[in-house]
Design a protein around this ligand. Sequence first.
Ligand code: SF4
Ligand code: SF4
Length: 346
Amino acid sequence: MRGEFLELELTTNCNAACPQCSRNFYGGPRWPTLPIASMTLSWLKEKLSIDFMSKVKVIRLCGTYGDPCVHPDLIDIVDWLKSVTAAGITINTNGGMRKTSFWQQLAQSLGPNDKVVFGIDGLEDTNHLYRRGVSWKRLMENVKAFNTAGGTSVWQFLPFEHNEHQIDTAKQIAKDLGFSDFLLKRTTRFVDKKHERVARTTVIDTNRIYFISPPTKKELINPGYINFDKSSYATIPIDCIANQFNMIYIGADGYVFHCGFLSDRLYGYEAEQHHEFEKFKKLMDLAGGPEKANLNFTSLDEIINGAWFKVIEDSWHNENRLERCAHQCGKHNGLGESTFTYIKEK
Ligand code: SF4
Ligand code: SF4
């Protein structure tokens, strides 16, 4: 069933400002066109039928523009999810928000097959260089509260030049703190939204500008990042990863896609400068208008079995092909393989 793997972006709110996240301008202010939206529990109940939810096997609460753990009703939403599906739930977070009592409660609401993936990219002196706005002290208190209360947690580490020397220490701390896994992601990050490799990312701080760079060790770079060839994107066969997993992605603004890789074309400085920004609107028009892609106006069944998903899938074989799909899921370009690994490891 399509939707066996369901990703929900509960909110576009976040306490942090990571410089490669589309929600802000290079780690600075929030990007002005991004709507601040959150799914309510009553909206979820209305839009996702009990019959549909009973068939879902994997739920991922992550998103493109926000962090699920700032959602004020996350515990209630998790409790509802647990009552309507046996799916394993994974929650991705920077972990730097809320009080320890929230994290204890979350651990109690989640079951043994569920987990929280904490994005911790370094140690006390480096994590904030990427996870801007996250206090190390609060993060560690939250992690300890969650793990001590019996939660299953994963430490996800994004390597950069400024933290690659800390990986072994981080692994040891993860063990000491009771994380069940340590996930080191080989980087594919230094590609902009125009699918061009960039040597570094600029960070706009209040009183200064600094840069973050990829790790220097080759084994920390994903081969797909080294090998991808943009000149093949008009013709390379597309093997949709989302279709392999029967995925659906639902954004906090109500737009539904096969995957989050398409959601991140809607808002953001770089995405809005790319020629595909207009093409994306054209695809929605071909499906009958943006409402046909949005759960606020159209039923989930009609979106995924109707014109919107068909327009996207047809685009893989016609002149409307999205470079985004070729980049992420082009066969044998390497990045598709890394996407596959990413989903499996989550
Ligand atoms: S924690 Fe996630 S949503 Fe928040 S700024 Fe970082 S990448 Fe974006
Ligand atoms: S990027 Fe395109 S081809 Fe890849 S998973 Fe998403 S919809 Fe499918």
